[in-house]
Write a protein that binds this ligand. Structure first.
Ligand SMILES: Cc1cc2nc3c(=O)[nH]c(=O)nc-3n(C[C@H](O)[C@H](O)[C@H](O)COP(=O)(O)OP(=O)(O)OC[C@H]3O[C@@H](n4cnc5c(N)ncnc54)[C@H](O)[C@@H]3O)c2cc1C
Length: 429
């Protein structure tokens, strides 16, 4: 039976689930708030090249992503390369990609270096994680690798991702992060042409399958039948309704809470309990490279950030016309950095980069750009397993997709694709 389905949001989850549902024979329309599709994988024109607002890399186990590329005929554009990791610690630069690098990392006592190496090896092979959900990452890491190794290596990594919330993060999340990267063996992947190529291919397929995409059409409310138990459609900010049998929401859970109809306050309260952190991401196009590292962790009191992602140390710089360097700040939306003007956050990032690489001169900057996302990452404290809602909401006909459901995985494109496809299967009786 053909069903009529409305999808909220045209990011990767919305576009992928729309395609899977349309291929299963359903009638699908997608409603998106912004003027361009893509959401967090969206791109912008960076002085002559299309670039993603936020850095994206792939790991060897990202099968959902590879399968989608295969389906869209993009597999020939997937590339994997060695991605070096470095560490800038108190004014000194250290390579940190190989076991030998780790053994030479003298900012940490040698015994703790050894423990760190063994711990990373164990995380790579370990698969059982449920008992780690109840344990906070900080004491777990200190117990396993030692206090100094935690303070020097892990604390900046966790602060990079979770800012002031990093002490609450569960050990399960940390385990999966290590597990995913360690299994990739220092090789990271990317799609030639970036996410824009993926979005374009998805849009082409959606057109072929007669899916309508409505841009700048934010959803204001989910509509229900008279009894208030069954979803019957969507209402838009600009007025007008769309009647449908099912709704797939791909917006962050607190945003969804505001779209719920009257009478669903308890459920909305449950969704609002999941907290998110925002991100401000500054990207520079430079004449010269900052370091040889793709991922450069920074633990230095003079630098205002905890890491630098030099994208062109993974993706060759030919297409971008310069060295592309991302400087992310994961902060809550009420944090002063989130509210800082673009000019001020660019200035502080540039001064920080010059601390890390004193050879950089002002004339090396070819272009700069600032992007913000209020819901960059769900915060996964201990006990997160019990906080996660079900994909299929108690409001009949409403299905939820969000990075929360990937736990203990980090939010990955691959994970979102797998979930979006599973949603299409679940909605097909
Ligand atoms: C800084 C950063 C770095 C990342 N790095 C990586 C990486 O290296 N590798 C990797 O695999 N993944 C990475 N990711 C994760 C990846 O980008 C996301 O997991 C993925 O893009 C999520 O897609 P989505 O469609 O679920 O959500 P979104 O992209 O957030 O899409 C949801 C869309 O819904 C729209 N919307 C909101 N409210 C409404 C409304 N009322 N009506 C209609 N539309 C609405 C929003 O505008 C948004 O575009 C990164 C993310 C960030 C932020």
């Amino acid at each position: 039976m053909t069903m009529k389905i409305g999808i909220i949001g045209a990011g990767l989850s919305g576009l992928t689930s729309a395609l899977a549902l349309a291929k299963n024979g359903h009638y699908v329309e997608v409603f998106h708030k912004e003027s361009e599709p893509g959401g967090l994988i969206g791109s912008f024109d960076f002085e002559g090249c299309r670039l993603e607002h936020f850095y994206h890399f792939l790991c060897a186990g990202d099968d959902g992503y590879f399968d989608l590329c295969e389906e869209l005929g993009l597999k020939a554009h997937l590339r994997f390369a060695r991605a070096r990791t470095g560490f800038f610690y108190e004014g000194r630069s250290y390579p940190l990609s190989t076991p030998i690098d780790l053994l030479r990392f003298d900012a940490v006592p040698w015994m703790q270096r050894l423990r760190f190496g063994l711990f990373a090896l164990e995380a790579r092979w370990r698969n059982e994680w449920r008992q780690l959900d109840a344990i906070a990452a900080k004491p777990w890491l200190i117990d396993r690798i030692g206090l100094r190794a935690y303070e020097v290596i892990w604390e900046p990594l966790l602060s990079l991702k979770f800012g002031a919330f990093h002490e609450h993060i569960s050990a399960a999340w940390v385990w999966h992060r290590l597990h995913r990267v360690a299994r990739s063996k220092n090789r990271m992947g990317y799609l030639e042409g970036g996410s824009q190529r993926l979005v374009d291919a998805l849009l082409n397929q959606l057109r072929r399958h007669k899916v309508s995409l409505h841009l700048e059409r934010p959803v204001a409310k989910i509509l229900t039948d008279e009894g208030g138990r069954q979803t019957v459609g969507l209402r838009f900010d600009a007025g007008g309704d769309f009647a449908c049998d099912h709704v797939v929401s791909t917006v962050p859970l607190p945003v969804l809470a505001d779209l719920l109809p009257e009478g669903w306050d308890d459920y909305a309260g449950q969704l609002r309990k999941i907290q998110y952190i925002g991100v401000v991401c500054v990207v520079f196009k430079l004449k010269r490279s900052v370091s040889p590292y793709f991922w450069y962790n920074v633990n230095d009191a003079r630098a205002p950030f905890n890491g630098i992602i030099e994208y062109t140390n993974l993706v060759p710089p030919d297409a971008s016309g310069g060295h592309i360097v991302y400087v992310p700040y994961y902060v809550p939306v009420d944090h002063p950095i989130y509210r800082m003007s673009d000019e001020a956050v660019v200035r502080q990032s540039w001064e920080g980069l010059q601390q890390v690489q004193p050879r950089l001169r002002d004339q090396d900057v070819l272009a700069r750009h600032v992007a913000r996302a209020p819901y960059a990452q769900a915060i996964c404290p201990t006990g997160f397993l019990n906080m996660m809602p079900e994909h299929q909401s108690p409001l009949e006909g409403l299905y939820l997709l969000d990075s929360t459901f990937l736990y203990p995985e980090d939010r990955t494109q691959s994970g979102h694709i797998l979930r979006a496809r599973a949603c299409a299967e679940a909605l097909t009786p």
